[in-house]
Ligand binder design. Structure first.
Ligand code: ZN
Length: 474
């Protein structure tokens, strides 16, 4: 793949100048310690691959345990384990000339024969300039059936542009916090607190996004200074405000709670709605999508424990149910209405009722319309045409002809369109052709399955339109 001359030169320069600084070495060693196991043998005798310490524990395989000697929290595995692989992306922000480069390394650790060996290989360099980032990968990056892996035992010979079609494990990684403050000190991010954030956040992040966008929001610096590290990840969602209430949506008395539980933006959104320092409830409510709308009708805490918590209930049915209750003018302060014992049953009951009420209202309107529309009744010795007389007749017409005229009932009732039935004069109860008329013009005529009427029926319809709808005296 072609690499622009400028980047080609920078890559060559970096190959000569880049080193592994002592600060990054320290970071690697910290991460290496986590790439260890507790090997459990007979009678619960455990052995720590990190420090070699032996101890007895009844902790189960695949659980985490803290080594009593080196204090590392590690995964317990059986002594029958043949091999085990750890992989982590570690990242270092560096600079070549005036260009920032995010260097990505893979820390690859391999356990076998009671021994863990570690390898570190720099496989990607991301040049960050003017808020855009371009990735280059080394020829140690291989592709096996679309899955990318790093070949640690092949020496690096060259760099190439990243192939974005490959499923890389993305450009996310754990960023080295040491020395970051110094490298940021000559940039606009000098006071952004990004270095503090990185030193607290010991997890994978998309550093480029923080470096080019998120950390530039004034709210980012503010949130870090307030020690609200998870909220800082959504710094872009905060608008400025005169006081705590305006910025966070809750009174300042909630600050200690938000900080203590390091709330995320999604958790804060729930807190704003429930206004209660209850982290368990907040986490339980997190999985619902319509909390804001639900909160207009019900108390979310009560709604959760009485309705939403029940497995077969879902929030969409609940919302449907509540809206139907409002339409039916039920007392919306009555707890029996708000928190039904059997949601499924009550939901079906009230939604049917709403349908019936709606149909009744529409039926009354249709009956009134007939006074005028009946003037258009027309017949010859074979056919008769007359306006749809009721909601019931529309439903029957739909069912028998298997089309959807019943969905027109509301518009028909409101005089937005007119519906007529064409039938045999000797069999007036049997649906045959359904006609829609607008502004005295036939806009569609349909027989069963939405097919067109016969030639004879069409001729009769044309005559009706001319003589009756258009009042042409023949
Ligand atoms: Zn240990």
């Amino acid at each position: 793949m072609y690499i622009r001359k400028k980047y080609r030169e920078l890559l060559n320069l970096a190959d000569n100048e880049f080193i592994i600084p002592a600060t990054f070495q320290k970071f690697i060693m910290e991460r290496e310690k986590l790439h260890n196991l507790i090997i459990k043998g007979k009678r619960g005798i455990c052995w720590c691959t990190c420090c070699g310490h032996n101890f007895v524990s009844q902790t189960k395989v695949n659980c985490l345990i803290k080594c009593p000697n080196c204090k590392q929290k590690l995964l317990v595995k059986t002594d029958r384990l043949q091999s085990y692989i750890f992989k982590d992306n570690l990242q270092l922000l560096d600079k070549i000339q005036d260009t920032f480069v995010l260097r990505t390394f893979e820390l690859y650790s391999y356990y076998s024969n009671n021994n863990v060996s570690h390898n570190i290989t720099e496989f990607m360099r991301t040049f960050i300039e003017n808020n855009s980032a371009i990735d280059f990968v080394s020829d140690q990056v291989c592709n096996h059936m679309g899955y990318m892996y790093v070949s640690h035992f092949r020496p690096r010979k060259s760099w190439r542009g990243r192939n974005y079609r490959w499923s890389y494990r993305d450009i996310r990684g754990m960023v080295c916090p040491y020395g970051l403050k110094r490298i940021l000190s000559k940039t606009v991010l000098k006071y952004s607190q990004l270095d503090t954030f990185i030193s607290k956040e010991r997890d994978y992040i998309n550093f480029v996004d923080y470096f080019t966008r998120l950390a530039h929001y004034p709210s980012f610096e503010l949130l870090i200074k307030m020690k609200l590290f998870n909220l800082a990840k959504s710094a872009d969602k905060f608008r400025s405000g005169k006081n705590f209430q305006e910025v966070f949506g809750v009174p300042k008395t909630f600050y200690t709670f938000i900080k203590k539980h390091n709330l995320s933006y999604e958790q804060l959104e729930v807190l704003i709605l429930i206004k209660k320092e209850d982290i368990k409830l907040i986490n339980k409510l997190l999985r619902f999508n319509n909390l804001e709308e639900l909160s207009r009708y019900v108390d979310l805490e009560e709604a959760y424990y009485k309705v939403l918590k029940v497995k077969r209930n879902n929030e969409y049915d609940y919302l449907d149910y509540l809206k139907a209750c409002v339409e039916l003018q039920y007392p919306m302060k009555d707890k029996k209405v708000l928190y039904p014992k059997d949601l499924k049953f009550e939901h079906d009951r009230v939604t049917n009722l709403v349908e019936v009420v709606k149909n009744e209202a529409n039926d009354r309107l249709i009956k009134q319309r007939l006074k005028t529309l009946n003037q258009n009744i027309y017949q010859n010795d074979k056919y008769i045409i007359f306006p749809a007389p009721s909601i019931e007749s529309l439903i029957e017409e739909s069912n028998q002809l298997e089309h959807c005229v019943k969905t027109y009932s509301q518009r028909y009732a409101l005089a937005e369109t007119d519906i007529y039935f064409l039938r045999n004069i000797n069999d007036k109860d049997k649906p045959l052709v359904t006609i829609e008329v607008q502004h005295n013009n036939i806009v569609q005529a349909r027989i069963k399955h939405n097919d067109n009427p016969s030639k004879e029926q069409q001729k009769f319809l044309d005559l009706w339109q001319a003589k009756i709808l258009h009042r042409i005296v023949g």
